[in-house]
Ligand binder design. Structure first.
Ligand SMILES: Nc1ncnc2c1ncn2[C@@H]1O[C@H](COP(=O)(O)OP(=O)(O)OP(=O)(O)O)[C@@H](O)[C@H]1O
Ligand SMILES: [Mg+2]
Length: 254
């Protein structure tokens, strides 16, 4: 049975969609059947991050309302990795989609994949509830800023009320220079504060700012960081990218 992993954050704009797209590309490149589901219904972010919005014919609402089968709606990425996306719908009143309906889509998607990554919307309202019901594991994304960490903590306590077993932390947009000067929190301290295993540290990267996905730019530091995150997910590796010294840190457990 495919692993279902929710990518959530609490605070918006910290990098959920970027993490979903890049981790998905890394897993697919490794040969795993990987399917991304854009859980941000009403906005379409993942297709834009992957640069495949022009390929979208059917979306998740077409599937829910019976106009298309899941397989017809899936869109493949442009890098030839085999990564597939179930796109979200634009300008749809997302409140009409019930958690049970969304979960049944995820359950069917599991038939076609080894990994199903679900990109959660920002906030803790219905959209979050819908995606949280459908996953069995979660990655919480935060930036190294107090406001984002506070919101991550709130989401973490909410996730405790769902049937989610493994939760890990990704600290995104880390700037080693600021961390060394003590101007931002360091990833290890954030993981300790939240009592979460540190799954990944992703550096601030101009390339992500421009392209969102970095899979074909192998020597970029963010690409190396995503490779390490992929190994944590696949092999339970304990190494994360060290933005301050360009070497590996141990992973921190609860
Ligand atoms: N490591 C990074 N370095 C530089 N820019 C980044 C990085 N990660 C994400 N970004 C940029 O930050 C912006 C927000 O990222 P993204 O859309 O993934 O966040 P999100 O959490 O999904 O937002 P929302 O809550 O609105 O869904 C995007 O412009 C993205 O390119
Ligand atoms: Mg997003």
């Amino acid at each position: 049975m495919a692993r279902t992993i929710l990518i959530a954050s609490g605070k918006g704009g910290v990098g959920k969609t970027t993490v979903t797209a890049n981790l998905g590309l890394k897993l697919a490149k490794e040969g795993y059947r990987t399917l991304l589901i854009d859980g941000d219904i009403g906005l379409n972010n993942l297709d834009v991050a992957l640069g495949v919005e022009d390929k979208v014919v059917y979306d998740i609402i077409d599937v829910i309302e019976g106009r298309a089968k899941i397989k017809q709606a899936l869109v493949e990425d442009n890098d030839g990795t085999g990564l597939k996306l179930l796109p979200s719908a634009k300008a749809h009143c997302s409140d009409r989609v019930k958690a049970g309906t969304f979960t049944s889509i995820v359950t069917e998607a599991q038939l076609y994949a080894d990994y199903v990554l679900i990109d959660a919307p920002a906030g803790v309202e219905l959209g979050f509830h819908r995606t949280a019901c459908s996953a069995r594991e979660a990655i919480i994304v935060t930036t190294p800023h107090v406001s984002a960490v506070k919101d991550a903590d709130r989401v973490l306590s909410l996730l405790g009320t769902y049937d989610i077993r493994g939760i890990g932390l990704v600290v995104n947009r880390v700037r080693g220079d600021l961390e060394v000067k003590g101007e931002t929190l360091d990833a290890r301290s954030i993981a300790e504060l939240l009592r979460l295993p540190l799954y990944g540290v992703i550096p601030e990267s101009d390339r992500i700012g421009v392209y969102s996905t970095i899979s074909n730019r192998m020597h970029d530091k963010a690409s190396i960081a995503y490779d390490m995150l992929k190994d944590v997910i696949l092999k339970r590796s304990e190494q994360v990218y060290d933005c301050t010294r360009n070497r590996f840190l141990g992973r921190f457990f609860r």
